[in-house]
Design a protein around this ligand. Structure first.
Ligand code: KG4
Ligand code: ZN
Length: 335
């Protein structure tokens, strides 16, 4: 049987990405063009600028992905593209490119959920063992997802307000740090002490939902009150205290979910999974459990990329899932 090659395309936010995955698990090429420099001066992603950059970069990353893979169109099995959630204009650029390629080359088209992609980044590192739990922590999402089999996603908890990455970015902005703030807070946190008392939103007993907007407000209020009293707070101590609160809630709730759902594998996904403090805390909690596998992808597969979209697309392809040329961007797509 011929090898399966899936081309993945991702343009949901501020990375333009194309990748080719062989037989569902092997990265043949993985190209990402980041727009961070263009959005930095605005302190966040500007949707219109994102769309324009995607249009400029799509053919560049696509050509590069095909060149690195040394493949022809006829070698491809299908084209997988992020259909949502994300910025509508940004999504549309990738979807239209994917449709044009699929139509002109007579290839199957497969719409992929961005978060399914983040989760399937883990399959590029290890085999998935069901049932499993995935902790998804990105700029737009914070979710605990239970999977009893491939392509089956049950969201058992999610954020009621801000996503973890969003909270990082907002707190970073308050501290005058550049966008995206996550990595800066992470770095500062390691230099500081978690000496400032900040809240942890446990919500109701047994709930796997999250809430980070109260924590963000608490940081702002703490800074404000300190200033009024003429007290100098160090940014590194705020960063450390904020990070301690986020990690405490994420790891504690994940551990409770692992116990309740009796899973033997925990996958971690999304940009915040790049956080060194979170990685260490997860390793301390789950690393030494007997017969348990904790999987945290390398940084390049945690943040947005197209390899993860192709990896998820591969499973959908095997399941016979196909999209037609009416595929549209769905900014609020549910998992
Ligand atoms: O998954 P991702 O690349 O894009 C979305 O789908 O949202 O996640 C981006 C988010 C940003 O909020 C960024 O600040 C955060 O991931 N992030 C981090 C770190 N690296 C990236 N947050 C905390 N610590 C980090 N080291
Ligand atoms: Zn993402």
């Amino acid at each position: 049987q011929a090898d399966q090659y899936i081309l993945g395309i991702e343009t949901s936010c501020d990375e333009t990405a194309a990748a080719i995955i062989k037989n569902g698990r092997e990265i043949v090429s993985n190209v990402v063009a980041s727009q961070i420099e263009s959005h930095k001066r605005f302190g966040g992603v500007v949707p219109e600028i994102a769309s324009r950059h995607h249009v400029e970069q799509l053919t560049v990353v696509f050509d590069e992905a095909m060149k690195q893979a040394n493949l022809d169109f006829k070698d491809l099995s299908a084209i997988a593209v992020t259909e949502g959630p994300g910025l509508v204009g940004a999504l549309l650029t990738g979807i239209n490119a994917a449709k044009a390629l699929a139509f002109s080359q007579g290839l199957p088209l497969i719409g992929v959920h961005h978060i399914a992609g983040h989760i399937y980044a883990n399959r590029l590192i290890t085999e998935m063992h069901f049932p499993l739990l995935a902790l998804v922590v990105s700029g737009g999402h914070t979710e605990l997802v239970y999977m009893k089999e491939h392509a089956s996603f049950e969201v058992i908890g999610e954020t009621l307000d801000d996503a973890a990455g969003e909270a990082y970015d907002k707190v970073a902005r308050t501290l005058g740090l550049p966008y995206p703030g996550g990595p800066h807070i992470d770095r500062l946190a390691h230099e500081g002490q978690a000496s400032i008392d900040l809240p942890r939103a446990w919500l109701s007993e047994g709930s796997f939902d999250f809430s980070f907007s109260g924590l963000k407000s608490a940081v702002i209020n703490t800074l404000h009150n300190a200033k009024q009293k003429g007290i100098e707070l160090e940014a590194k101590d705020i960063a450390a205290s904020f990070q301690a609160s986020v990690i405490d809630v994420l790891v504690t709730k994940t551990a409770q979910a692992v116990d309740k759902y009796q899973v033997k594998q925990l996958l971690v996904a999304g940009g915040v999974a790049a956080n060194k403090g979170l990685r260490t805390a997860l390793e301390n909690e789950f690393g030494k459990r007997d017969g348990f596998e904790l999987v945290i992808p390398p940084l390049s597969l945690c943040t947005d990329n197209a390899a993860m979209i192709a990896a998820a697309g591969s499973i959908l392809y095997e399941k016979g899932v196909r999209s037609n040329l009416a595929l549209n961007a769905n900014p609020g797509l549910e998992l």
